[in-house]
Ligand binder design. Structure first.
Ligand SMILES: [Cu+2]
Length: 124
C-alpha cells in the first residue's frame, strides 16, 4: 500500500468511526450501549430489522410492574451481542407468569428497530 492509499484508508476509517459515534449517540435511548457495536458493524441494514432469535439465559429478576425482565444471556451472534446482563421489555406481561429469579430459560428476542428489542417468549 503506498502513502496515498494509506491516507485514503485512514480517511475511510475516520469516517467509519464518526458514523459509529453518531450511531452510538442515537442509540443512547436504548440504555444498552454495549450492543451498539454489533449494530454499527452490521451497518443498520434493513435485513437486521424484525429479526427474532432464541437464546439461553438466566432470569435475574422480573420487574415489579411485570413489564420487563432482567436476564443474564449468552452471546447472540445474530444480533452482535456479547453475553451480558440486561433488562428487556416483555411483549406482554403474561410472559413472566411462573418465571422468577434464578430460572434457566430460553428467551425469544425480537428486534423492533436498530435499538429496540422485546421478549416475545420465555420457555423454562
Ligand atoms: Cu444484552
Amino acid at each position: 500500500m503506498n502513502r496515498c492509499q494509506t491516507l485514503a484508508a485512514t480517511i475511510i476509517a475516520s469516517t467509519a468511526l464518526l458514523l459509529f459515534v453518531a450511531g452510538t449517540a442515537v442509540a443512547a435511548s436504548h440504555g444498552h450501549s454495549a450492543h451498539t457495536g454489533g449494530e454499527a458493524t452490521a451497518g443498520g441494514s434493513h435485513q437486521q430489522m424484525m429479526k427474532q432469535v432464541d437464546t439461553k439465559a438466566q432470569v435475574m429478576a422480573v420487574a415489579a410492574d411485570g413489564k420487563s425482565v432482567e436476564i443474564d444471556h449468552q452471546p447472540i451472534p445474530e444480533l452482535g451481542w456479547p453475553a451480558m446482563q440486561m433488562s428487556l421489555d416483555l411483549e406482554s406481561p403474561e410472559l413472566a407468569t411462573g418465571i422468577g429469579a434464578g430460572d434457566q430459560v430460553t428467551v425469544t428476542i425480537k428486534q423492533l428497530s436498530a435499538t429496540q428489542y422485546v421478549i416475545t417468549n420465555i420457555k423454562k
